[in-house]
Design a protein around this ligand. Sequence first.
Ligand SMILES: *Cc1c(COP(=O)(O)O)cnc(C)c1O
Length: 854
Amino acid sequence: MIIQSSHSNTPVWKDIHVHAELPEQLRPLEEIAHNLWWVWNEEAKAIFEILDPQEWEKSGKNPVVLLQNLRSEATEKALNNNELLGRIQRAYRSFKNYMSVPHDNERPSVAYFSMEYGLSHVLKIYSGGLGILAGDYLKEASDSNVNMTAVGFLYRYGYFTQTLSIDGQQIANYEAQNFGNLPITQVMNEDGSPMILEVPFHDRPIYSHVWKVAVGRINLYLMDTDLEYNSEYDRPITHQLYGGDWENRMKQEFLLGVGGILLLKKLGIRKDVYHMNEGHAAFINIQRLHDYVIEEGLSFQEALEVVRASSLYTVHTPVPAGHDYFDEPLISKYMSPMIQSIGIPWRQFMDMGRDNPGSHEKFSMSVFALNTAQEANGVSKLHGSVSQKMFQPVWKGYFPEELHVGYVTNGVHLPSWATSSVKALYEKYFGESFYKDQSNTDIWKNIYNVSDDELWKLRMHLKKKLVDYIQVEFKEGWLKNQAAPSRIMNMLEEVNPNALLIGFSRRFATYKRAHLLFTDLDRLSKIVNNPKYPVQFIFAGKAHPADGGGQGLIKQIVEISRRPEFLGKIIFLENYDMRLAKRLVSGVDIWLNTPTRAQEASGTSGEKAEMNGVLNLSVLDGWWYEGYKEGAGWALTDERTYDNQHYQDELDASTIYSLLENEIVPLYYAHNSNGYSHEWIQYIKKSMAEIAPHFTTKRMMDDYFDRFYNKLAKRSHLLQENGYAKAKEIVKWKIDTVSKWDHLEVVKLEFNPNQKANFNNGHNEVYGQVVIDRKDMKCDLGVECVVVDHDTMNNEPQFVQSYELDLVKTEGSLLYFEARKALNDPGTHQYGLRVYPKNADLPHRMDFAYMRWI
Ligand SMILES: *Cc1c(COP(=O)(O)O)cnc(C)c1O
């Protein structure tokens, strides 16, 4: 027998979970950690940090993980720290007080549906601006006591984290989220078992777990299909945000819409208004139609009236190519059974998703959303009119300007995006009530009571924090990439905390033109290397993994940043997420944005910068078109000079260089004896006094109520009263009108095209007469004159104005109209006359866009 020196097999490691059992005094923190209220409460975050600074960092500032892993020394220490225990008590009381305020039931209640929500960096269920907007909106709903419930997905992998290879290639890492580490709670049945939502797909049920995210007073419910009841084929439905093929997207949108409504039903939640954040959620209205038909016994048309009256669709995408379209075979596979049970022909359903009913176009989620929602809006003033043009094909015979599509300009949740020291400044000078009254410009004027010195010190403090962070992050990134130590040291030495610091971070979609700054490298090099007046740029952003163009831009910028003349002057930071975004929008001096005109629906990162006293330099597109004020930032005109995009890019780049050379850099470096520029501070004060108050989610929320929610709730109640009497009446009227529409005849049409502009607004001269025989039709008719000018470029008619003719007499079935109003716009125009059915119960013309040109 030989005795070996050792003998062993390989170990089999098994998980054990050791959860720190928190002592009673610390237990309130557990409740706070599971409500995202802490995200915008500085005291709560401070307490988590003090509790165990090391673990707080290690956990990625995730309070759930922090408390799970709290070391016993930290617990001991906290229990002996009476001051800390007192702070915990007070924070808990203020949390409880916040939570105990009931919903404001004077305002309508809202159900909100979105594919993504950006609430906190610890919950990776967002990719970019759309999600962060939705997240900010829920936080505001909480602060504003709105009765809102939201629905979305809990993604197993979320959106990717980004690293860069040594040559600047983006590497997308999908890391599975451990749900036990997230600030969520699983929704359970009464018997304590996990609630399972069953959603009938075309040939099988799909099961979802349901998770609740408490966003202050608002509940967000998330569906998750990664459970053993589903087949291997269905479990990944909620794995990735915007991942997978079209079929997976179809399944996701089916689940979000149909499943979303079934989920609210299961939870016993009904709301006044149903809000679709982007067309992804449009299938909510298929399930709602289904329910009104099957459960309430309404006809399809009646159900459609009721559903429309309570629906709002918000579009975020200014180019048609960015919308979702499904091929008929794919949508038919998933939707046919549902459409059969609703009882309408398949073709009718398909046509609800087409610009041109009867054609073979793909099914557009946006068009379906428009056809099932009474109201629709874009997300900035400019984007509202871009959306009107984009959606004009749905309402033939009308001009874009006439459409009901409105807008609400996006905002940002100030308490989340203003950094703690800026919030402290607001509290000091604006008073405690400020948060409740953020749209009040009088309060913001108090920024002029802050001394230049104090404001400058604050800005420098925030910049220093960012520069420190860059140095640490950068060192780590470069070490990871095995760069030579001398290069790292050179780079770190080049980063200058006193240089003018300009930030550019967003998704690397090509229309955002991150490359613009690099059009003329010699000129750029002179700007950044000016020995007296140095300038530095920080870039960050992810490109969609399928977007080769966007990834190419990242690589290009990384390569340029490694040239000797740009080392430490152009910096690319990896993995742009909410946490990095907050550092950047508060720490730089200027926030740069260079979108291709009319493609930035709103943009919100520049608004976040405003909340921190950071100035914007941007193309007048999206929100900046409304926000820009002279002496409070810089703007590139909203007008295009060239059709050729390449020339336009060159012109815009050269404008940016000149602005920097001639205005911005001199302004920034006009130092007084205290070492800063008085004029620069005046820019900051003006931007805070005059721009910031208009771009908070508080203002945005109020706009949604004023422009959409209130009128939707009012009309949808009216339609539902007395067993849906009004809805039924309207449908009867519509059916009657449609069946007889072709009967109407023009008996007389006289119109004098030579008019005197009547500046006195008098109704003196009659210059047109129209007589219509409406035959057996019961409906009232309107006649209007539409005035256009023909565009010399493309000979397209451009809308000038329209006005109604007066109904002066009715004789049997004959209606007599007269035109008594002339244009106030001298010159030669073209006019056309059109007849349309009139009914005061309709919300607007696009609700029933029947019309005949005569
Ligand atoms: C705010 C934000 C965005 C959106 O920025 P835009 O200016 O709208 O492009 C995207 N990503 C992150 C991480 C953000 O914080």
